[in-house]
Design a binder for this molecule. Sequence first.
Ligand SMILES: NC(=O)c1ccc[n+]([C@@H]2O[C@H](COP(=O)([O-])OP(=O)(O)OC[C@H]3O[C@@H](n4cnc5c(N)ncnc54)[C@H](O)[C@@H]3O)[C@@H](O)[C@H]2O)c1
Length: 357
Amino acid sequence: MSFDTKKSFLKILITGGAGFIGSALIRQIIDETNFSIVNVDKLTYAGSLQSIATVSNNPRYIFKQIDICNHVELKKIFKDQKPDIIMHLAAESHVDRSIDKPSDFIKSNIIGTYTLLEQGRDYWNTLKGDKKKSFRFIHISTDEVYGDLPHPDHKDGSLPLFTEISPYKPSSPYSASKASSDHLVRAWNRTYDFPTIVTNCSNNYGPYHYPEKLIPMTILNALEAKPIPVYAKGNQIRDWLYVYDHVKALLLVATKGKIGETYNIGGNNEKKNIEVVKGICAILEEMAPLKDSSLKITKYENLIKYVKDRPGHDMRYAIDASKIKKELGWKPLETFETGIKKTVRWYLDNPSWYKKL
Ligand SMILES: NC(=O)c1ccc[n+]([C@@H]2O[C@H](COP(=O)([O-])OP(=O)(O)OC[C@H]3O[C@@H](n4cnc5c(N)ncnc54)[C@H](O)[C@@H]3O)[C@@H](O)[C@H]2O)c1
């Protein structure tokens, strides 16, 4: 079953819609489709209603402040709202926080996903006919569940990529909790025929990204002339994807993806962290040249400060996205070079967003 984004009037229940990727997904759906949205978010430190302010008065959008671990509230939402599709993004998402305090990750990412699956399944069991046949639960996950890949500094010749059948080998409490949630989702499909699809995506970047993550932190620390911390020598490789390319892929999966499948999503933009940080510093030299002579630096790059590596730090992630390209016709529109310039520009133009956080 597939849906036409212009002709269908689906109601999508999105969890985590006040976060970075969820808010981009909501803005995209309201702008580009006729679908309506129920945004379910607990509003942790990472969620901000400011990120969806541009759509909050739209008649096709409603917000409910709910913890996905609360089965009573979830049951009521399903009964009252009767969604056609669930897109599950709510999660604790920051690796460093998961190392300091894993309990929130176990609760939201594992218990929360379990609770949503059970309430979703109860609701799905009440559906009949086409509404039942077309219902689907899209679980949004990460490439970090696969652990890390050989690094070019340590291996010659061709380098492997993560595919949909790569073994799970998570390294951090965050990735282990996401891996657990992926397993639960697949088990609910296999055991109960609950119609699920899993996506595993590489690192996203773009507007409205919470300032604790590498790219926004680099931009904002540089603008405030604060040290820019880089783990070890900054040689860790990530495969960067512009957030709007990710949400386009998610929309394709939700409307045209095949039940029971997994789709890997990635930007084919492998970069070392240090290249990313130095690249942002170079863009800032053009877009926001340093003027204050009282600062003890002449270039943004002088702010880079190498710090002790994160325990269990994965050295390389890289995605083989050929399945979603071939089967659903998706391809990213931004290169890293175009996307990162748009991102830096957005932070320069939107201080009111990050100053209120
Ligand atoms: N950011 C990335 O690079 C990336 C890459 C691949 C996959 N993902 C996955 O995509 C999803 C969204 O990531 P993000 O970067 O937007 O995260 P984020 O941290 O920016 O946002 C998470 C949102 O979930 C909400 N939330 C957290 N716990 C909740 C709970 N118990 N109940 C209800 N809401 C809760 C928060 O309030 C927040 O609005 C996550 O599942 C993440 O694992 C992220």
